[in-house]
Design a protein around this ligand. Sequence first.
Ligand code: NAD
Length: 268
Amino acid sequence: MSLVVVGAAGRMGRMLIRAIAQTKGCRLVAAVERPGSEALGADAGILAGLPSLGVPVTDDAAAAFAGADAVLDFTAPAATVAFAKLAADAGILHVVGTTGLEPSHLASLAGEALRTPIIRSGNMSLGVNLLAALVRKVAATLGTDWDIEILEMHHRMKVDAPSGTAVMLGEAAAEGREVELAQARVAVRDGITGAREPGAIGFATLRGGTVTGDHKVIFAGAGERLELAHVAEDRSLFAQGAVKAALWGRGKPPGLYSMADVLGLDTL
Ligand code: NAD
């Protein structure tokens, strides 16, 4: 399978290049960075700490997508929307790991998914997707007298909050309760906030050091607490998940897919 990595010089971009090199049946055919990036012209293999792959980093995404099978995209929301259009124009699968997407970005992706398959997940790991399925089930089982709080910690360089994974876990909890996350979500508390609103789904964000990604979903009842947690130890697992998604998505009809589809967790 011929794969393109966009955001090739980023933390995840380099991981993706390594994951592709380690996966039988996959080949990196192009690596894309933003115009003006210092990485332009560099060999993608060298950039990722591998031997040369003979693939120079380019800023011409349209040319890079022509003839490829899929693009792996862990960049930034506006870039991902632009890549979705180019991927649909080229008729290639788009695997999106970018987080911080606003409703307008998601609407653009849904539009492009009418033309080409898009697999999007705020977290590409098996453990987190399993956790989301468990959270949905627990939230559906426990009543609203159990308060739901989601705590996450990430490295100091992360630019969006709460994390895409925390939002994904919040959506799973909201689905379990059959409510809209937008209505239940409380992302910031500061000062005299008043008592907790019944049914709220709260988020708390910690940032520091080099933490890959810690998430905990707390169900707090009267006199007891249930806590479900996931710790990501190495970001290569997200890259391996993205490559797995690309292999799964090959030949799928246009549409929006999730990692739960890839991992077969929908029936949980
Ligand atoms: P990063 O800043 O290290 O890398 C992003 C890269 O994208 C940069 O090299 C940047 O130059 C490039 N880029 C931005 N705009 C571009 C454009 N228009 N064209 C080409 N390249 C462009 O960030 P990161 O830590 O690698 O994370 C990237 C994204 O992936 C974030 O949204 C992060 O939250 C998300 N992420 C998702 C998962 C997951 O499993 N879904 C896991 C880790 C990170």
